[in-house]
Write a protein that binds this ligand. Structure first.
Ligand code: GAR
Length: 182
């Protein structure tokens, strides 16, 4: 299963997927290309592993579509990609699109999900991997993991614990999707 990973930031989720692939824990899935919407440190994760990178900082959606087609991509993984993909890139395509989000969706969609969970007094939050549709953080949930919120938590400490779970969950989901495709 040929994967493209889309990123905007530091790429720790990308790194967890690449490490899982190297450890033989991603089934038949392989990261073929990494696409970013801007120059960001996560691109180094890809270049250090010899994975091709594309920076789609102008004509973004056209470049993304051309790249997915060029690499024969079957699964698009949004891993900290902070842009909305238009309907024509996510619906009725040769590829499926999934996203990882730092909350228990449908709670706390959109930006600043970790801050939202703290602000509304939740006792738990977590992370969700879901299919992407044309709405923000909205498509069908594939898997979720809960993370308890502690009284002393700041957005930073809570996000660190959520990310620990993300780094386990995302490779697991990719492996399961790859198994289903065989
Ligand atoms: C992750 O925590 C991911 O869940 C979040 O961005 C972070 C990216 O971290 N995504 C969203 O908030 C999407 N709405 P990373 O660049 O280290 O993987």
């Amino acid at each position: 299963m040929r994967i493209a990973v889309l990123i905007s930031g530091k790429g720790s989720n990308l790194s967890s997927v690449v490490e899982a692939q190297k450890a033989g824990q991603l089934g038949s899935a392989t990261v073929e290309v990494v696409i970013a919407d801007k120059h960001c440190s996560g691109l180094l994760v890809a270049t250090n592993e010899g994975i091709p990178t594309v920076v789609a900082d102008s004509d973004r959606n056209i470049v993304i579509e051309e790249t997915l087609t060029q690499y024969g991509i079957e699964l698009v993984v949004c891993a900290g990609f902070m842009r909305i993909l238009p309907k024509q890139l996510v619906c009725d395509r040769d590829w499926q699109v999934i996203n990882i989000h730092p909350s228990l969706l449908p709670l706390h969609p959109g930006l600043r999900a970790v801050e939202q969970a703290l602000a509304d007094g939740s006792t738990k939050t977590g992370c969700t991997v879901h299919y992407v549709d044309e709405f923000i953080d909205h498509g069908q949930t594939i898997a979720q993991v809960e993370v308890p919120i502690q009284e002393s938590d700041t957005p930073e400490t809570l996000h660190v614990r959520i990310q620990k779970e993300e780094h386990q969950l995302l490779p697991l989901v990719i492996k399961q999707l790859a198994l289903r495709r065989q």
